[in-house]
Design a protein around this ligand. Structure first.
Ligand SMILES: NC(=O)c1ccc[n+]([C@@H]2O[C@H](COP(=O)([O-])OP(=O)(O)OC[C@H]3O[C@@H](n4cnc5c(N)ncnc54)[C@H](O)[C@@H]3O)[C@@H](O)[C@H]2O)c1
Length: 280
């Protein structure tokens, strides 16, 4: 899709990081922008930051874990703008601790925000995007953690592997039905956003637990926090890579090209039936 002017983008997790950068890029191309996030204060600040006239902007406080909330987001988007041309299923959260120290609430929170929100986004938006006629795109934010398995991130890795295979499945189905809608898969590596402090927006119904201050969980948490903070690409770089891929009709969007080594090593380990190792 080349000319985005006057078309409509919906972004979940739009109040911070990559989502905010995607919203800014969409606005800069003359698009109407629908911004959704669970953090209402950050959402209204981010919307003000976008500097878009009110008739081109809609903010919808949304907890993406719930199908009913995503349905409301779709209803509100179509009521105001009549069509959705770009849907960014982007909201996500992370935590770091050993697999055996993830609580049931940790699993529920991460899988609902990172994976089930994408399922709900597809169920609620895709039929409407197909019916509206003309080209449209869905961009699902997974992660390099959808291709490799970093220690300390079991729930996150499972959720992102889920988004990868969900998106690949959908891609082929859309091809088989010659759909006007295309799906894309954004897989960043580390980037300095708010994700290292994702628990700031963890709802009360999935209780927080205290991370151990010593032992492997503490070490992994520190290491992952450091990797996020020192990530080489900014959220803006990732949004630029995403809009480039949209123009090229490219499915895989992997902004950090140096991660190819880790992906290749994992694939070779599987093919040669070697044991998994720490991704590089
Ligand atoms: N930053 C990285 O290193 C990195 C790497 C790979 C993938 N990603 C992915 O990028 C996406 C965006 O993350 P980010 O790095 O910009 O982090 P971020 O914390 O800056 O932004 C995430 C946004 O999602 C929102 N959110 C959290 N729970 C929500 C919920 N239940 N409903 C609605 N919104 C909710 C947060 O309020 C926040 O505004 C995520 O899917 C993340 O997994 C990030």
């Amino acid at each position: 899709m080349n000319n985005l002017n006057g078309k409509t983008a919906v972004v979940t997790g739009a109040a911070s990081g990559i989502g905010l950068a995607l919203a800014k890029h969409a606005a800069a191309q003359g698009m109407n922008v629908v911004m959704a996030d669970i953090d209402e204060t950050a959402l209204s600040n981010a919307a003000a930051d976008l500097n878009v006239p009110a008739d081109r902007l809609l903010t919808v406080p949304t907890d993406v874990r719930h199908a009913s909330a995503i349905k409301h987001l779709a209803d509100a988007s179509y009521a105001k703008f009549g069509a959705v041309h770009l849907l960014f299923n982007n909201a996500g959260v992370a935590l770091a601790r050993t697999t055996w120290e993830h609580t049931a609430d940790d699993w529920q929170w991460v899988l609902q925000v990172n994976l089930m929100s994408v399922v709900h986004g597809i169920s609620e938006f895709l039929p409407r995007m197909q019916a509206q006629g003309g080209a449209a795109h869905v961009v699902n934010t997974a992660s390099v953690a959808g291709f490799v398995s970093y220690p300390g991130m079991a729930a996150y890795n499972v959720s992102k592997h889920g988004v990868v295979t969900l998106s690949e499945t959908l891609h082929t189905e859309l091809q088989l039905t010659q759909s006007p809608v295309q799906v894309h898969l954004l897989c960043p590596a580390w980037g300095p956003t708010g994700i290292g402090n994702a628990q700031r927006n963890r709802p009360a119904d999935v209780a927080q637990t205290v991370l151990p201050t010593e032992g492997l969980s503490a070490q992994l948490n520190k290491r992952i926090g450091k990797a996020i903070a020192s990530g080489q690409l900014t959220a803006d770089d990732m949004a630029t890579a995403t809009f480039d891929a949209l123009r090229e009709n490219r499915f895989y969007i992997i902004p950090h090209r140096n991660i190819n080594t880790a992906i290749e090593e994992r694939a070779q380990n599987i093919l040669q039936q070697r044991n998994p190792e720490m991704p590089r």
